[in-house]
Write a protein that binds this ligand. Structure first.
Ligand code: ZN
Length: 249
């Protein structure tokens, strides 16, 4: 996959939806200012069952303009809310409620339920004229059944917190995602420390580094600045590309 030993960076913008129209536009325009092109744009087809992308033509034109500039549009779940909060273990409960804050739509899904949601989301995107090659679940979390449903729906790849999975050849590319997501001061401090550790240690020589930006990062201004700083630093020694371009290398 990596004939020349080059190193790569995927920048993804999460939770792109008319519900966070202001925040995601701000993120994208700052990334443009920083000459960070070729992003993976994770679109929620119908956030919370209320914010369908089809209802906002301005938002859609903006999405099309990103696609024309070379960004990739990725299906990010269906409505980004977990309606099934029956967790299999206390650990899963902690992950779903505290890490993913009730957004892990596919964490507890059975096969049929997951496939149905994936199809509904995909239908909305295709009505908007958008065909996605990748599917990334909210919170990067999904059950093995949901994973099978995504694969059976013909997506080329997905991404978890620690790996990117190429369904076409079954390969996992190890690369833990760098993210922030403001919660409270202690959690933020730990996150900054942990990201610094990842970048100096486990991720330093990895072929792929991923940085994810969420709308909440803009509301807590420092969080976004912090992520942009990381991207600018990584950009000096890595080629920025989308997930799908990386997997097609
Ligand atoms: Zn999300």
């Amino acid at each position: 996959m990596n004939p020349k030993g080059k190193k790569y960076l995927v920048v993804s913008v999460h939770d792109v939806s008319p519900a966070f129209g202001g925040e995601v536009r701000e993120i994208v325009s700052e990334l443009k200012n920083q000459k960070i092109h070729k992003k993976s744009i994770l679109v929620i087809p119908e956030y919370q069952g209320r914010y369908s992308i089809l209802k906002d033509s301005e938002f859609l034109s903006w999405l099309y303009s990103l696609r024309e500039e070379g960004d990739e549009i990725v299906q990010h779940g269906y409505e980004h809310i977990s309606r099934n909060r029956r967790y299999g273990s206390f650990r899963d409960y902690l992950i779903g409620e505290f890490f993913a804050q009730g957004c892990a739509e596919f964490q507890n899904s059975g096969y049929e339920e997951a496939r149905d949601k994936i199809k509904k989301g995909r239908e909305i995107l295709s009505q908007a004229g958008i065909i996605c090659e990748g599917f990334i679940p909210p919170g990067w979390l999904m059950s093995p059944e949901a994973n099978r449903a995504v694969m059976d729906e013909g997506f080329k790849y997905t991404a978890f917190i620690k790996v990117v999975r190429d369904y076409r050849n079954g390969l996992n590319v190890k690369s833990e995602v760098i993210r922030f997501v403001p919660q409270n001061r202690i959690a933020e401090y730990i996150k900054v420390f942990y990201n610094a550790y990842l970048l100096r240690g486990p991720l330093r020589d990895k072929e792929l580094v991923r940085v994810a930006i969420h709308p909440q990062d803009v509301r807590a201004e420092k969080a976004f600045d912090y992520l942009v700083k990381i991207i600018r630093k990584l950009k000096k020694e890595r080629v920025i590309l989308t997930y799908v371009d990386f997997l097609n290398l």
